[in-house]
Each structure stands twice: as structure tokens, then as C-alpha cells.
Design a protein around this ligand. Structure first.
Ligand code: FES
Ligand code: MG
Length: 571
């Protein structure tokens, strides 16, 4: 914030005649029909993200209206402005490629335009991470508001919600137990309201993480998109942004080493999306905060899974909200949390949790004495196949596969995978390990290709899960015994590139390792003469390829992350 100026005067360009610049800006603002009195108030920007390609943001207009109402009621001038919007399923080659674009857009528009605080409205998977990354770098007082989860649909007496049930029904259709007529019916019943996916996928995980960090108002993460309380939360977020102009609390005071660790605890207790690790790493990285894998695993081993939602458990986000939501979860996790973190309201977590808990539905949010699982949902792996790390969602995997060794069946890229996975002649058995190469950040923007389908002939024979390994991501709504985010990725010469059909691979969740059982000399021989896949030569994709970091660094652009602080500083 520029010292001594607020509202529309903020950041006035000064090419010699500052008064003329002010006169021009006010005159142009008058053309929007705003009264002079209101023009001299502080300004709250509203980063809005409606798009005809983003169903999850369908409710954006009414949310913007409600935030504006809150801003006006608190005595400031609301100014909505657009940024890039990312609708998960409509982007090619993958929404992940555009998260950093949206983060840059958000950061730059917050800084370039005259506002004293900002409300960020996002929802779909990549949008909240992008907004938090941009806000962390801009470091102007900010409130994160989410669009909220979808409500479920109904199909033949069963509740349906995107997108775990999308996958469940599609797997049955592939296996021949659901016919074409029924899958067509299901198509119209999976995503039936405004809002984000109805389960604890990436969008919901990131909404909960935003609240755990202290960047959203308490109790707002899980309110269904169509619930009237969602509009009340939006109005309150507008008021909160105006209060932030007074208190001057910035994202860098809220997103700290301690609040990031709290967010990891929440991620574990939710058994949340694997993608959230990449996003949280990127958000933290904007402020120089690092999460060592050892610390990540320590938190995972200490934190029980308490929330019983799909894709791992039973419930939907609407149940989580009705069960008490994040307030109930944070109270249950209290002994494990750093309580001296600060939120956007200027309260410590201890103060926030002093208020008595409301009623909690223990079928959905368990007590820590009766957890869904005694350990967290996600683990970080290392080993000769992933020297810089990989991720495994143990909560969504088959325990019998935790300690396994098998023969690799290798796909060299996305095209090879789609060409051969269902080939009846593919030499593959139920105990083999499927390996996908060249689907990491450099090669392909890191699409959600890590959920390799079970080869059709095995699916039809009743095989439901196999160990699958790749440098890709998977959807937060997916499940299976899947090793993801292998780093370094194949396209930059990681050992994943050296795997050949028939190699032995060993997975050990107990030891937190994934190893390629091939002699190092043989791996080196295979990698001799390695050539990376051709890189794009122009535009955003060329910038992406040149500067994107690997998954353990958050897949941010290397020039956007902040350097880690010196060990002495206590962030
Ligand atoms: Fe937007 Fe799932 S597609 S949250
Ligand atoms: Mg998703």
C-alpha cells in the first residue's frame, strides 16, 4: 500500500503532474456513475472469476453482489475486476499449466490497480491456489472466499456427487456392469447445482486449507454453494476486507511456517487431495516457507484421519458442513495445532477456538479417540525411482499393496497409454506395476493422468486396483494404489525415464520408499544419450517449460518463488 494515499489515489502514476493524474482518474471513475463522496472512500477490489467455461463459478454474479454489499455497508467502495478463470475439465492440455498464469494475473492486477484490500473469489481446483499464490506475493490485505461445494444429485435411490461417483460409474461402465442407457442417465445427475465438486477433492481440500491458514473467515469453507449462508459469508467477507484496511494484516502475517503446518495437519485429517500438497507448497514458497518431506511425514504419522468423506470414505461436502465443518475439525485437532497463528480477523487460532463448538455429527467428523485411520492420508516417498520425492495417498489405496514388488509395464507417454492400455494383447497381469513416463510438469504440464485406468481385460476380470507410478498428478476425487509426482520427472532425465518393461519395482509404504531394482550402472547406461522431449518455442508454453519447478517445489515458476529465509528467522 502506498503510504499516505488510499482508495483511488493509490499507486497514481507520476509522470510529472500528479494532480493531473488524479483529476483524470477521478474523471474516468465518474464515467462509471460513482458519486464523488464514494470515490473518496477506501477501495476494496473483488477478484472475480466468472467464465462460460467454469461451471464451478456459476454463482459468481450473486457472490460479487453480496461481497459488494458488505464492502459498501462497511463504508468502502467495492470494485470488482476479472482475472483468468480456470474451469478444471475444460482446459487443454491441463488446468495445471494455467495455475501460474492465473497467479501472475491475480498478483499483477492487485498491485497495478488502486485498491486497499482485496476479496478473492475462487472455487474450482486451481483457482484458490492461484489466488492465494498471487495474494501472498502482492501482500496486500486479502480475504479468500470460495464458491462452495455442489449439492448432490439422485440416481435410482442413491446420492451422486462429482466426481468420485463419475469415476465409480465409469469404471462399472468399462467393466460392463453399467450399460449405455444408465451411464447417460448418470451424466445428467452428477453435477446438478452451482459450486465445486461435491466430495473432498482438490477444490474442497483447498477451501479447507484456506480456512486453516486463516485466509478465509471461520466456518465458511464448506457452506454449500446454493445455501443462503454462502451469500451471508460473502457479505461478511466484504466487511472483513474493509476491517483489514484498518488493521493492515497482510497475507505474509497470516501464511507462516506455523499456519502452513496447521494446514498440513488439516490436509491429513481430511484425507485430502494429493494436489493440495503441490498447491500448498507453491503458496508457502511465495513467502519463502519450505516444507521438508521428513516434517511432512512426521505430521502425517501423528495426525489421524478424522473426516469420513468420499473419495476415501462415505460422505459428501454437504454432510461435512452439516456435521460442523472446519470449526468442528479444528477443535478436534486442537492439541496438534500451533495455536498462536494469526487469522485475517487479527485473532489467534487459540482465540478462534475458544468459542464453544456447535453440535458435531460424529459419523462424519470423528473424535480423535475414534478416528477413521490413526495416521494421516498422505505420505511422501523417496527411493531410487524418485530421488527427489513422490507422493502416495495411503488412505485411498489398498493396504495389501502397501508392501509390493512387481514387474513394470511401461507406457512412454500419454499417447502411448491411450493407444495400448485397452489392447487385448497387452502383456499385463494383476500383479504388475503400471508405469507412465513423460507426464510431469516439463513434459506435459503435469496432467491428472496418474490415475491410469486398469487395463480393460483386467477390469473385466474383476481387478479393481494395481500399483501405478508416474510423474503426473491425479484428481483429488480419485482413489487407488497410486504413486504420483515422481521427481525428477522423466522428461528431465529422472530415473523414471530409465524404466523398461519387465524391470522389478518395489514399493514400501512402511519404509516410505519406491525403488527401481536395477543396477545403477545399468540405469546410467540406459540414460546415456538421453534426449529430453522437444520444448515449445514460443509464448506462455515456452515460458512454462523454461521456468516451471518440479512437484516437490510446488510447480511454481522459478522466478516467482521467494528465497527461503535464513534458518535464524522465525517465520
Ligand atoms: Fe471444478 Fe471439480 S471441476 S471443482
Ligand atoms: Mg479435480
Amino acid at each position: 500500500m502506498q503510504i499516505g494515499s488510499i482508495g483511488l489515489d493509490r499507486g497514481l502514476t507520476n509522470y510529472g503532474d500528479r494532480d493531473f493524474a488524479r483529476f483524470l482518474r477521478r474523471s474516468f471513475a465518474r464515467s462509471m456513475g460513482i458519486s464523488p463522496g464514494l470515490l473518496s472512500k477506501p477501495v476494496v477490489g473483488i477478484a472475480m472469476t466468472p467464465s462460460g467455461f467454469n461451471n464451478c463459478h456459476r454463482s459468481m454474479p450473486e457472490l460479487v453482489e453480496a461481497v459488494s454489499r458488505g464492502v459498501l455497508a462497511a463504508g468502502a467502495l467495492p470494485r470488482p475486476f476479472p482475472t483468468v478463470s480456470l474451469g478444471e475439465v475444460f482446459l487443454n492440455p491441463t488446468s495445471m499449466m494455467y495455475r501460474n498464469l492465473m497467479a501472475m494475473d491475480t498478483e499483477e492486477m492487485i498491485q497495478a490497480q488502486p485498491m486497499d484490500a482485496v476479496v478473492l473469489i475462487g472455487g474450482c481446483d486451481k483457482t484458490v491456489p492461484a489466488q492465494l499464490m498471487g495474494a501472498a506475493s502482492a501482500d496486500l490485505p486479502a480475504v479468500q472466499l470460495v464458491t462452495g461445494p455442489m449439492s448432490t444429485g439422485r440416481h435410482r435411490g442413491q446420492r451422486l456427487g462429482a466426481c468420485t461417483d463419475c469415476r465409480g460409474f465409469w469404471a462399472k461402465y468399462r467393466a460392463g456392469t453399467v450399460d449405455a442407457e444408465e451411464i447417460a442417465e448418470v451424466e445428467g445427475r452428477l453435477s446438478v447445482t452451482a459450486g465445486t465438486c461435491a466430495v473432498m477433492g482438490t477444490a474442497s481440500t483447498m477451501a479447507c486449507i484456506a480456512e486453516a491458514l486463516g485466509m478465509s473467515l471461520p466456518g465458511t469453507a464448506a457452506i454449500p454453494a446454493v445455501h443462503s449462508d454462502r451469500l451471508v459469508a460473502a457479505e461478511e467477507s466484504g466487511r472483513a476486507a474493509v476491517r483489514l484496511i484498518e488493521t493492515k494484516i497482510r497475507p505474509s502475517q497470516v501464511i507462516t511456517q506455523k499456519s502452513v503446518e496447521n494446514a498440513i495437519r488439516v490436509l491429513m485429517a481430511l484425507s485430502g487431495s494429493t494436489n493440495a500438497i503441490v498447491h500448498l507448497t507453491a503458496i508457502a514458497g511465495r513467502l519463502g516457507i519450505r516444507i521438508p518431506p521428513e516434517r511432512f511425514n512426521q505430521i502425517s504419522d501423528e495426525t489421524p484421519v478424522l473426516v469420513d468423506l468420499k473419495p476415501v470414505g462415505q460422505g459428501y461436502m454437504e454432510d461435512f458442513h452439516a456435521a460442523g465443518g472446519m470449526g468442528a475439525l479444528l477443535r478436534e485437532l486442537k492439541p496438534l495445532l500451533h495455536l498462536d497463528t494469526l487469522d485475517i480477523e487479527g485473532r489467534t487460532l487459540a482465540e478462534r477456538l475458544e468459542e464453544p463448538a456447535g453440535w458435531t455429527d460424529r459419523a462424519i467428523i470423528r473424535s480423535s479417540s475414534d478416528p477413521v485411520s490413526p495416521v494421516g492420508g498422505l505420505v511422501s516417498l523417496s527411493g531410487t525411482l524418485a530421488p527427489d520425492g513422490a507422493i502416495f495417498k495411503r488412505a485411498a489405496a489398498t493396504p495389501e499393496l502397501f508392501e509390493s514388488e512387481g514387474r513394470a509395464v511401461v507406457f512412454t507417454g500419454l499417447e502411448d497409454l491411450s493407444r495400448r492400455i485397452d489392447d487385448p494383447d497387452l502383456a499385463v497381469g494383476a500383479n504388475d506395476i503400471l508405469v507412465l513416463q513423460n507426464a510431469g510438469p516439463h513434459a506435459a504440464g503435469m496432467p491428472e493422468a496418474g490415475y491410469l485406468p486398469i487395463p480393460k481385460k483386467l477390469a473385466q476380470a474383476g481387478v479393481k486396483d494395481m500399483v501405478r507410478i508416474s510423474d503426473a498428478r491425479m484428481s483429488g476425487t480419485a482413489f487407488g494404489s497410486i504413486v504420483l509426482h515422481v521427481a525428477p520427472e522423466a522428461a528431465i532425465g529422472g530415473p523414471l525415464a530409465a524404466v523398461r518393461d519387465g524391470d522389478r519395482i518395489r514399493l514400501s509404504i512402511r519404509d516410505k520408499r519406491v525403488d527401481l531394482l536395477v543396477e545403477p550402472e545399468e540405469i546410467a547406461r540406459r540414460m546415456d544419450g538421453f534426449t529430453p522431449p522437444p520444448a515449445p518455442t514460443r509464448g506462455y508454453k515456452a515460458l512454462y517449460r523454461r521456468t516451471v519447478t518440479q512437484a516437490p517445489e510446488g510447480c511454481d515458476f522459478d522466478f516467482l518463488a521467494a528465497p527461503a529465509p535464513s534458518p535464524a528467522s522465525d517465520r
